[in-house]
Write a protein that binds this ligand. Structure first.
Ligand code: CA
Length: 228
């Protein structure tokens, strides 16, 4: 079981790393959010143990960015005692469990084991926007319960947009996701993919809008439809 510990306090990190190893985890340690992001991008972890007070970027910002990118890895947040606000915010941002400092190592181990067991039996929650959803593992898109027939490029574009629905995706970033190994793909190539996607979403309660200067965004139009 691979585990990433994000903790800036050296003594705390040393103690935890030793305990994790003794409990049979394979832990890596990141002393700040930037290191954590690099390690998460490079390695497949089963669990993250996340301290909130980090230098540079706050732990909740890191968590929020992970979830916005579609990463559903189980995260246990370490909070200062009585930090109720952190718990509420953490839950809203997609934390799976909490532990207040100071804690007994036995309790942390028990929580991690439970979290790992839960996440293994539980499929990742599908991504959703309006009546559009996509299973995390199969990447099958359903629109109003009907399977959407998409080409691999359309699928890559829609996945990227759906993972951050409601936020604009920069055109170059989207293009990089759709044509990852093709630097010769011109600016029109991604527009063609989006044009075809828009036609397939026509009449649905989700749409791809162009946000001037920012890129493209998938949004739900349920309210407008019900008002019309
Ligand atoms: Ca800290």
């Amino acid at each position: 079981m691979r585990l990433l510990l994000v903790e800036d306090e050296a003594e705390m990190a040393r103690w935890l790393m030793r305990a994790f190893k003794q409990s049979g985890f394979v832990p890596d340690h990141a002393p700040d959010a930037a290191t954590a992001e690099a390690l998460l991008a490079a390695n497949g972890y089963d669990l993250v143990v996340l301290d909130l007070q980090l230098p540079g970027k706050h732990g909740l910002v890191l968590l929020s960015e992970l979830r916005h990118a579609g990463n559903r890895i189980p995260v246990l947040v370490l909070t200062a005692q009585a930090a109720v606000q952190d718990r509420v915010k953490g839950l809203q941002l997609g934390a799976d469990d909490f532990l207040s400092k100071p804690f007994a190592i036995e309790e942390l181990e028990a929580r991690l084991t439970a979290l790992a067991r839960r996440s293994q039996g539980r499929p990742h929650a599908p991504l959703r926007c309006g009546s559009l959803s996509c299973a995390y593992d199969s990447r099958a898109f359903l629109l109003g319960g009907v399977l959407l027939q998409l080409t691999p490029r359309e699928s890559a574009a829609l996945w990227t947009l759906l993972a951050r629905s409601g936020s604009p995706i920069e055109k170059g970033h989207l293009s990089g996701k759709v044509f990852p190994n093709d630097s010769s793909a011109g600016p029109n190539a991604i527009e063609l993919v989006l044009h075809r996607l828009r036609r397939k979403l026509q009449g649905a309660d989700v749409r791809i809008v162009t946000v001037r200067g920012l890129g493209y965004m998938l949004e739900s139009v349920a309210h407008e439809n019900s008002a019309a």
